[in-house]
Design a protein around this ligand. Structure first.
Ligand code: ADP
Ligand code: 5GP
Length: 221
């Protein structure tokens, strides 16, 4: 078998089939970043959709890697130019998914991972019905509080604000295709990988390869 081609540092699948869109949502502190980072490191055929945001960067965040950090005017200009597949206001800041990046990734055969909120997830489902929606649920409220505190990025008022926001988010989890309860991290990661692998086994995803095999059977010996 020929080695897969590289594209933007990510690998293209050798069977030439289009990529799938994975949407991941979770209340802050549930472990979404931890799980997604590991997935992106270990699986070179899935890429991350870098969103645009008007939120200022946090310590350690890199422009163009974690987000494209833009001002209000630039965000509005892009929104007016229909550059976003979806956009939403979250916690007072604007966030948008690049439509071009999404389209190009799927066309080149890369799976793409969107870390977006529940409003964005519903909009992506309307736009791309075959997108796979995954919700990362913490095992309980106490565990979420504990994780937010241990992460150490937010003080007590911000932890309290995130916990109250979590209520509205977890209520929507049953609308998702898959709910991964992140209690034991290894189990949750294994389940996330299983969702990815199951999606890759969909018949529609392997059309070209399947057709080749079926044709071979149809031809005379
Ligand atoms: P999110 O991106 O959803 O806000 P993070 O990935 O930043 O959450 O995780 C929040 C904190 O919880 C981090 O300190 C992380 O190491 C920790 N964490 C993630 N998953 C687990 C788990 N299954 N058990 C215990 N701690 C976890
Ligand atoms: P944070 O500011 O903590 O990185 O993200 C806040 C929330 O915004 C998270 O729930 C994250 O998933 C969501 N988010 C990030 N990018 C986008 C986007 O492009 N669209 C939408 N709808 N939500 C986003």
């Amino acid at each position: 078998m020929k080695p897969p081609r590289r594209d933007e540092g990510r690998l293209r699948r050798p069977d030439g089939s289009p990529g799938s869109v994975f949407v991941i949502s979770a209340p802050s502190g549930a472990g979404k970043t931890t799980l997604c980072k590991r997935l992106l490191e270990e699986d070179r055929t899935i890429e991350f959709s870098v969103s645009f945001t008007t939120r200022p960067p946090r310590a350690g965040e890199r422009d163009g890697v974690d987000y494209h950090f833009v001002g209000q005017d630039e965000f509005e200009r892009r929104r007016g130019g229909h550059e976003f597949a979806e956009w939403a206001v979250v916690g007072g800041h604007r966030y948008g998914t690049s439509a071009t990046r999404l389209r190009e990734a799927v066309a080149r055969g890369s799976d793409i991972l969107l870390d977006i909120d529940t409003q964005g997830a519903m909009n992506i489902r309307r736009l791309i019905p075959e997108a796979v929606l995954v919700f990362i649920l913490p095992p309980g409220k106490a565990a979420l509080k504990d994780r937010l505190e241990k992460r150490g990025t937010d003080g007590p008022p911000e932890v309290a604000r995130r916990l109250s926001l979590a209520r509205g988010e977890v209520e929507k989890c049953l609308v998702y295709d898959y709910v991964i309860i992140n209690d034991d991290l290894e189990t949750a990661y294994r389940q996330l990988r299983a969702v990815l692998e199951a999606t890759r086994c969909r018949g529609a995803r392997q059309m070209r390869r399947i057709e080749g095999i079926v044709q071979e059977f149809a031809s005379e010996p």
